[in-house]
Design a binder for this molecule. Structure first.
Ligand code: NAG
Ligand code: NAG
Ligand code: NAG
Ligand code: NAG
Ligand code: NAG
Length: 396
């Protein structure tokens, strides 16, 4: 057995023209693959080899350590499974930094680090993943020049991300696609308020997701829950600046997209454009159903409680709409920077139904413009309301 492991390692070592050995704990160090970690050299190849060592070798190591105190500059990478081991781990203690836009050479792709088809991928440690977004934000061209998403996790069932700091993504920071049983905890995500389209966490077609104890401040949504996503818990998240925590947008370009069974609780939303919201494009199909926001503190958020079924439009388009129902806003309290504390702007063709507002107490930051609520075609109930006065819901 011992000699089998040794010869496997030897073959791999020869294949990659360097010698490395796994530590007793089944880990390998990125430095063993020729990475410099000096913040200058391009360590892309070394990272790919480190990944292959943990993913492709039989009985090989299953943990890649990115050591502390160093900065590894890495270009575009596809890190694909399936892996030989039933779980692989990347322990990030140092910094991983993207190439700047000027040095970006990869083929046309909208992703920087793309994990695909890797089950039980665990990424943890106190390190940082820095997307060098500054070089992309000024330039908002489309096509091949469009800013890439910093990290994508696609078909990664059993994904666990813990402790990492993501910063300055060119576009979204962390996009989970088509994955089940996902946990994201103790993660920090930072990009400046003015950075364009830099969502913190995006979920598309994701199921059974638990996001907790994260601090997120970016130029766009802190968390966006998009089409095909269901069974999501989000708790103890501090969000701001940014655009708040959003379900949607759903139904762009007439698409059929649905989200259901989302619970958001004990979150603080500070200095954001938007707050907790559901947004859908007119003309779309599908549903947003069984969604609750509870125990939410808002601090000077512009529109703290919002259903926007006219996202990006001022009127309905051709009658169809994403059906919005069973949405609860309970114990949402604090201040808003506009006077519009509650906006429930539903489709003109399909009313929102069973909207429950309970224990709402949101005052305008500027007391000379008292907070108000506005509704359009919204059915439901308002109970225990302190501020603003909510009389615009119609009964179901
Ligand atoms: C979400 O929380 C509920 C209630 O605590 C729990 O039953 C459910 O399993 C959780 N789901 C996930 C995906 O964490
Ligand atoms: C609520 O979230 C904050 C962090 O945002 C945390 O410190 C606190 O312990 C949480 N409260 C509960 C009851 O989980
Ligand atoms: C809200 O954000 C502002 C500006 O970043 C900050 O100064 C303040 O401490 C935050 N408030 C809370 C309660 O976190
Ligand atoms: C509240 O937000 C508004 C607009 O976003 C900003 O101009 C104002 O300075 C903020 N007030 C506080 C107290 O942070
Ligand atoms: C009315 C409106 O807000 N239209 C905007 C829709 O989105 C496109 C691009 O995302 C903008 O260019 C439009 O101004």
């Amino acid at each position: 057995m011992e000699s089998l492991v040794t010869s496997t390692l030897l073959i791999l070592s020869i294949a990659s023209c360097m010698l490395w050995v796994a530590n007793g704990d089944g880990s390998v160090n990125l430095l063993n693959f020729g990475a410099k970690g000096d913040g200058q050299s391009d360590d892309t190849q070394a990272f790919q080899e480190g990944w292959d060592a943990i993913c492709k070798s039989n009985n090989g190591p299953n943990t890649l350590v990115v050591p502390a105190g160093r900065t590894f500059v890495i270009g575009q990478l596809w890190l694909s499974g399936p892996c030989k081991s039933n779980s692989v781990q990347i322990q990030i203690l140092g910094n991983i930094q993207a190439l700047t836009k000027a040095n970006w050479k990869g083929p046309c792709s909208r992703r920087w680090l793309s994990f695909r088809g890797v089950n039980n991928l665990h990424i943890n440690g106190q390190g940082t993943i820095d997307g060098q977004g500054q070089s992309w934000w000024e330039n908002t061209n489309g096509g091949c020049n469009a800013a890439p998403t910093a990290t994508v996790y696609e078909r990664c069932d059993g994904l666990k991300i813990d402790g990492i700091t993501y910063k300055n993504g060119p576009k979204f920071h962390l996009h989970v696609v088509h994955s089940e049983d996902v946990s994201i905890s103790n993660v920090n995500i930072f990009a400046p308020q003015h950075s364009h389209n830099t969502d913190g966490i995006d979920l598309t077609n994701a199921r059974q997701v638990n996001i907790h104890d994260c601090t997120i401040g970016t130029g766009d949504d802190c968390i966006a829950i998009k089409g095909g996503t269901r069974f999501v818990n989000i708790s103890n998240v501090i969000c701001g600046p940014g655009h708040g925590i959003s379900v949607g947008s759903l139904g762009e370009g007439g698409e059929e997209e649905s989200v259901n069974d989302v619970n958001v609780w004990n979150c603080t939303i500070n200095g954001t454009f938007g707050g907790v919201k559901v947004k859908t494009w007119p003309g779309g199909k599908g549903h947003a159903n069984a969604i609750s926001f509870k125990h939410i503190t808002v601090i000077n958020a512009s529109f703290p409680v919002m259903i926007d079924q006219h996202y990006n439009h001022s009127s309905d388009q051709g009658g169809s709409a994403v059906r919005v129902s069973d949405i609860t806003f309970s114990d949402v309290h604090g201040t808003c920077s506009s006077d519009q504390a509650v906006i429930l702007d539903c489709s003109d063709s399909i009313a929102c139904s069973n909207i429950k507002l309970d224990q709402i107490n949101i005052k305008a930051s500027n007391p000379s413009r008292p907070a108000i609520a506005k509704c359009n075609n919204a059915k439901g109930t308002a109970t225990d309301i302190l501020s603003p006065s909510i009389t615009c819901l119609s009964s179901s």
